[in-house]
Ligand binder design. Structure first.
Ligand SMILES: Nc1ncnc2c1ncn2[C@@H]1O[C@H](COP(=O)(O)OP(=O)(O)OP(=O)(O)O)[C@@H](O)[C@H]1O
Length: 598
């Protein structure tokens, strides 16, 4: 057991991020945590001072041959009272500052998690491992550093208390302290062991827990409600959710039950320790080796000391637990994006550059097969290029490369003849606006929905209206009571829900509003009625100026007017040319669209 304990103690020292946690707390509180610790130090000092004066007071009262006894009693009583008053005031202050600093730390950590989530590459968002790390950090992060601060403060306080109380006890008899420690020690051991078990279990349970959150959100959220009702999925999802939660609960109970049994045993041991000390002091009193003041001191000090030792053991195990849980937060904070800006980046060309893909191959991280093979294509400025292909042929993957969410495994993407890796990532991304097939419906104002196309600049109202007119969104936005200030969607009060096609028009307006040199429409007109789609594409050339356009669609009406068309098949360019040329050939394009054009 001793070896095991030593091992645990080593793990406690090594695995811990104590230094890093303290540094974090220090940075966040700008060193103010030191003030709190100083206040606590004096708080403990006044507490101990009043105890000592109290002991002296009893000795004076008990002494039979003292002159001016009354004056002395009044003096000591006043000093003890004053000392207690100071202790109470300082205790209120230290509690207030600890709470204040804890709240600041929680907010800071929350912000750190958000900053990291924004900074990380898109590829993280296609990896379950990242979501596990994020989940653990979110669950463990925000309140842990604050808890560590409280632990540290309490530990310091209790250590000071232990010092002074221990000194008082040694003053009575030196044997009392080690006797007590011997019995409190196993409690600490059991708690550290429990913390380790809990940590291991937390690591294992995250994927299951995430699945239960997912099911819970499906049941209670608005995303799936229509299908849940029409397919009657509620009971099935609920029972699956319950199964996972019960599984987790049972495991939790099992670990806690074991910990409770162990802790009860060690608590009995600790109580034995306390009674041994009481027996010891009783015997020495009978032998006449202690004064009445000493006995009074013992009676006051001993329960305090016992509780301080218990608190210390609680504090150490809580610090241990909070620290290992905090490692989840550090796991997340230590993640770094794989895509970073080169040291000497180039300026974006604005002389109507072409966007070109040259001999690109791409394989998703962790995927076995290559998704894109030897792709070469060109989107010239001022031209409309179309990309067609069956489901799964690689069209969306190509967009991810064009918007630099991923870098090609081999080959290059070039803007104006320069590899896009030579530009700042954000600068380059500003050149590409994508209307995704799963575009986002921001439940914010219509104006914000459009302004998100160019978030860095002040809102240009004239451009916003012009963009909405081009996409066909202006016609319905102008009928809203608050026009462009109307909140969209139905999540918030007074929100205005519109049809999916109307949402799509807002998403298209967002792309028109942007200052990008290229716009990619990924099935962006799938929800538009035939008339709206016809109008959009008829006016597209007039609306785009010198912008290059890539249209991805399964509808011939959306691609037939393109200047040039690429046909993607199983990750390769199978055909290319104009609509007329491709229709005349009996290839993939003709198979996709010939029947529809008749
Ligand atoms: N994150 C990913 N990791 C691994 N493979 C992926 C990933 N995303 C897509 N794929 C695979 O890449 C292939 C191409 O997918 P992609 O989404 O690019 O096709 P698509 O042509 O856009 O299809 P659709 O017309 O249905 O939108 C598919 O076989 C898909 O399984």
């Amino acid at each position: 057991m001793l070896k095991d304990f030593k091992l645990k103690l080593d793990k406690f020292k090594n695995s811990l991020n104590l230094k890093r946690s303290i540094k974090l707390i220090w940075t966040i509180t700008e060193g103010k945590v030191l003030n709190t610790l100083i206040i606590m130090f004096f708080e403990s000092l006044f507490f101990m001072g009043s105890l000592y004066i109290f002991k002296k007071l009893i000795d004076i009262v008990a002494a039979s041959n003292l002159e001016e006894k009354e004056t002395l009693v009044i003096t000591y009583l006043s000093v003890a009272g004053l000392s207690t008053l100071c202790y109470l005031i300082l205790r209120s202050f230290s509690t207030y500052y600890t709470q204040k600093q804890s709240a600041v730390i929680s907010e800071y950590i929350d912000d750190k998690i958000h900053s990291k989530a924004i900074k990380l590459d898109y590829s993280f968002y296609e990896s379950p491992a990242y979501f596990n790390t994020l989940e653990r950090a979110k669950n463990a992060g925000p309140e842990r550093p604050a808890a560590i601060l409280t632990d540290l403060v309490n530990l310091s306080k209790n250590t000071i208390m232990l010092g002074v109380l221990g000194f008082s006890l040694i003053y009575i008899s030196w044997l009392l302290l080690p006797l007590l420690a011997l019995f409190v020690f196993p409690t600490l051991y059991v708690r550290l062991q429990f913390a380790n078990k809990l940590f291991e279990w937390q690591m294992q349970k995250t994927p299951l827990e995430r699945k239960s959150y997912y099911l819970g959100n499906l049941i209670t959220g608005e995303v799936a409600v229509k299908e849940i009702k029409t397919f009657n999925l509620g009971a099935y999802l609920k029972s699956n959710y319950l199964k996972i939660r019960l599984n987790l609960l049972n495991e939790n109970f099992r670990i806690t039950k074991k910990a409770t049994i162990n802790e009860t045993t060690t608590n009995i041991l600790a109580a034995l320790g306390m009674y041994s000390c009481v027996a010891f002091i009783c015997i020495s009193t009978l032998n006449g080796t202690t004064s009445i003041g000493d006995i009074a001191l013992f009676l006051v000090v001993f329960p305090q000391l016992f509780s301080v030792m218990q608190s210390l053991s609680n504090g150490i195990s809580s610090l241990y637990q909070n620290n290992i849980f905090l490692s989840y937060l550090f796991d997340l904070l230590d993640l770094e994006p794989a895509m970073t800006d080169k040291p000497n980046t180039l300026k974006i060309p604005y002389n109507n550059p072409d966007l070109v893909i040259k001999n690109v191959n791409f394989k998703y991280p962790h995927a076995e097969k290559t998704t894109l093979k030897n792709i070469s294509l060109k989107i010239p400025a001022g031209k409309v290029v179309a990309l067609v292909g069956l489901n799964g042929s690689g069209k969306t993957t190509l967009i991810k490369l064009l918007s630099r969410l991923y870098d090609p495994t081999s080959g290059t993407v070039e803007l104006g003849g320069e590899n896009i890796k030579n530009f700042k990532i954000d600068d380059f991304r500003n050149q590409i606006s994508v209307v995704f097939q799963d575009f986002v419906k921001y439940n914010l104002s219509a104006a914000e929905n459009i302004k998100f196309g160019n978030i860095d600049a002040e809102l240009d109202e004239a451009l916003m209206v012009e963009s909405a007119k081009k996409s066909g969104a202006h016609d319905f936005i102008k009928t809203f009571p608050e026009k462009y200030d109307t909140t969209m969607g139905r999540i918030f009060e007074n929100g205005k829900e519109v049809s999916i096609g109307q949402w799509q028009k807002i998403a298209i307006a967002r792309a028109f509003y942007s200052k990008s040199q290229f716009i990619i429409f990924d099935e962006a007109t799938s929800a538009l009625d035939a008339k709206s789609e016809q109008e959009l594409f008829d006016d597209l050339r007039a609306n785009i100026g010198n912008r290059g356009i890539l249209v991805i669609s399964h509808r011939v009406s959306a691609v037939k007017h393109a200047d040039y068309i690429y046909v993607l098949s199983k990750g390769e360019i199978a055909q290319e040319g104009t609509h007329e040329k491709l229709i005349s050939l009996d290839g993939d394009y003709a198979k996709l669209f010939k029947r529809k054009t008749k």
